[in-house]
Design a protein around this ligand. Sequence first.
Ligand SMILES: Nc1ncnc2c1ncn2[C@@H]1O[C@H](COP(=O)(O)OP(=O)(O)OP(=O)(O)O)[C@@H](O)[C@H]1O
Length: 297
Amino acid sequence: MIEVTNVHKKFDKELVLNDVSFQVKKGSIYGLLGSNGAGKTTLMRIVAGIVKQASGEVRVQQEAIFENVEIKGRMQFLSDSLYFLPQYTTRQMANYYRSLFPRWNEERYAKLKDVFQLDEHQKISHFSKGMQRQVAFWLSLSTMPDLLILDEPFDGLDAVIRKKVKHFIIQDVADRDMTVLISSHNLREVEDMCDHIGILHKGTILLEKEMDELKDDVHKIQVAFKEETNLHDALDIVYEEKRGSVQLLIVRGAQEDVERIITSYQPIIYDRLTLTLDEIFIYEMGGVGYDIQNVLV
Ligand SMILES: Nc1ncnc2c1ncn2[C@@H]1O[C@H](COP(=O)(O)OP(=O)(O)OP(=O)(O)O)[C@@H](O)[C@H]1O
């Protein structure tokens, strides 16, 4: 659905995106994480067809996106800096959107009016920052897009609205196979909705995983054996700590394999501990030597 292949982008002489490739499948939600200046906004703007890459390809629904009016009619991009026509009310903006987007859905608009409870006849510029973001979601979701690109979308939204907006996005993904690309500098903000995660660091994708795979493939265990036992040849150990005779291990691999191998050494203690998503990321990223604490706070 979205295919980004070997994309490079420079501003002046600075390389801001360096050989970025990833795919977002139809009907899935991809979270693009990265700290400040990683290149998220630039990448989102390229995927939305607003900015052109220096080299590489960006295809949306099998077509090049740049200046592709037809596909843009089925796509919504919520930028981190919102733009509305000056002096317009939400109702006036809605009429404008209706003329631009062929799948505009008045019923959806009316339903979301009850959700957001904003006065549609109030000038948007008179709304607070968070209320303006609600208007942006209200309008975007009323166009029934195939593709939703969200750049830091939840900044300024309170917890209740955030939950409602996420609910509508997830519902559209489930009901209509909408595809979502969402950027954030905070894993917490998107972990409950994404099925894929990519980490962008200094213009390069460092790690890309399915959320389920991420949770299934790393395990934290506590073991002790009667005699000194070296598990390094048998297991992919990414972290190890000794507490007396008890070993704390972070191990990569399928759960059944890890369990089978450990039990074959007849441990006197064998406990599985819960790993937080933060820990998983730190251990995963530890392997490539980067500190991603920023996106985990
Ligand atoms: N129009 C521009 N002209 C020159 N440099 C730019 C321009 N836009 C972005 N950059 C540079 O590109 C790099 C990536 O910026 P970008 O806004 O894509 O990062 P980001 O990951 O979205 O960051 P943040 O989380 O802080 O919003 C930065 O070094 C920034 O200074």
